[in-house]
Design a protein around this ligand. Structure first.
Ligand code: ADQ
Length: 413
């Protein structure tokens, strides 16, 4: 391999995100808004760009219109030195079929690798909130001389059935001895029985090894063509998989609280909780780290404004994030994340909420423990999240822990 290996990034962004319904009714999961002005995919892309990658493709499939638009409008790199972030929709290059899994998405996109001829390929998921310097993981991969290196982080054992679970080789703890995708009967770690070592769904491969692996997988009738379910276990069975623990990763500007922060925001519950992690005074995840910025679309919008209403009531917000273009007129926000262009009228009370773009909350309305998708209108005096039975009867999703989700464009009376 040359002294400076050529690195290529693949972002897997074709997942449906069924567990995030109704937020994914009309958009791919990586395009779901997060933290006011971001989309979920901005975290993966920012990490890759901050790590020095300059050739990145985003493989899309499911309801990809808003994702494709976001990637092409926001992630415009200068054309110099062949730098790009390109959204590549499924194209049926290998017959009349869509991607049958994440490994098949790569198999159907091998023309991109053949064009660029990289030495190393970084493959990442598109729906996690975290910071990670992939250049450090790439160095570890080259030193480990493994076919694949899998990024890993400790997670509570109660979540083991949502992740690929890694068992290390006791003789060489840099190697993976066993890998099971989403097991129901995971065993805790020897030094911490309440935890397991989970795959983050981020991988570094030698390019030729990746090409060979997805081609072999493609010819197997017994494979689901899934990176976590099929490709990684195959490397593990041949003793060719190394692990890279996120706790080895040192991201510039990280705080003690968020140095190893990583959240899979695949469910409404985890999506809601990750927002709560953003808004406290000492945030669990610090969006204000300028040494490792998370990039997103630049809105041409006026700043947020807080004003008194006609009756001299003050518009206030505490422990909240308020995006550009918002106007809070006499209403009160507490532990709320507002996307751009939201209006909050006199006497409205909004607590513990995630509110997407262009939502209007009318005078004296009440919103509690809720997620309001884009263009929702809450009429004056109406309520969301106060009476869960009434919420269900109106067709809103109410989760087990009592989070009410109102879908895009719904008018709440
Ligand atoms: P999951 O996220 O459940 O687990 P998957 O549904 O395959 O696995 O999604 C992985 C990534 O690939 C996501 O970013 C998704 O959008 C994308 N994707 C899924 N199907 C795709 C397709 N047909 N085409 C293109 N992209 C597709 C994975 C790993 C686990 C690991 C967790 C960490 O399989 O081992 O623990 O991620 O969250």
């Amino acid at each position: 391999m040359a002294a400076a290996p050529k690195i290529f990034g693949i972002v897997l962004a074709g997942g449906e995100g069924k567990r995030l319904m109704p937020l994914t009714a009309d958009r791919a999961k990586p395009a779901v808004p997060f933290g006011g002005g971001y989309r979920l995919i901005d975290f993966a892309l920012s990490n890759l760009i901050n790590s020095g990658l300059r050739q990145i493709v985003v493989l899309t499939q499911y309801k990809s219109h808003s994702l494709d638009r976001h990637v092409s409008q926001t992630w415009r790199l200068s054309g110099m030195l062949g730098a790009y972030v390109a959204s590549v929709p499924a194209q049926q290059r290998l017959g009349k079929r869509w991607f049958s899994g994440s490994a098949d998405a790569i198999l159907q996109s091998l023309n991109l690798l053949r064009d660029e001829k990289p030495d190393i390929v970084v493959v990442v998921g598109a729906d996690h909130v975290y910071r990670m310097d992939f250049s450090q993981m790439i160095r570890a991969h080259i030193e480990a001389r493994a076919g694949v290196t899998v990024a890993a982080i400790r997670q509570p054992i109660s979540l083991a059935d949502q992740f690929g679970i890694i068992e290390l080789d006791p003789k060489d703890p840099t190697r993976i001895a066993a890998f099971r995708e989403k097991p129901k009967d995971a065993v805790g770690l020897a030094d911490s029985p309440g935890e397991v070592l989970a795959s983050m769904g981020n991988y570094v491969f030698d390019a030729d090894v990746l090409i060979d692996a997805v081609q072999r997988d493609g010819s197997r009738a017994d494979s689901n063509h899934d990176m976590g379910g099929d490709i990684v276990p195959d490397f593990v069975s041949r003793g060719e998989a190394a692990v890279y623990d996120l706790n080895r990763n040192d991201v510039p500007g990280a705080t003690d609280r968020d140095r190893y922060y990583w959240r899979d925001v695949g469910t409404i519950e985890s999506f809601f909780e990750a927002h709560q992690d953003l808004i406290s005074a000492l945030p669990v995840f610090n969006l204000y780290n300028q040494d490792w910025p998370i990039y997103s679309q630049q809105l041409n919008s006026p700043p947020a404004k807080f004003v008194r209403d006609g009756k001299n009531a003050v518009g206030t917000a505490i422990d909240s994030i308020v995006s550009l273009g918002c106007v809070v007129s006499g209403g009160h926000l507490e532990r709320v994340v507002l996307g751009p262009w939201v209006t909050i009228e006199s006497g409205a009370q909004v607590t513990d909420a995630v509110v997407f773009e262009r939502v209007a909350i009318g005078a004296n309305a009440t919103v509690r423990r809720a997620i309001l998708d884009k263009d929702v209108v809450v009429a004056p005096g109406a309520s969301v999240g106060v009476d869960h039975e009434a919420d269900r009867l109106r067709g809103f999703t109410v989760t087990e822990s009592g989070i009410t989700v109102v879908g895009k464009g719904v008018h709440v009376d």
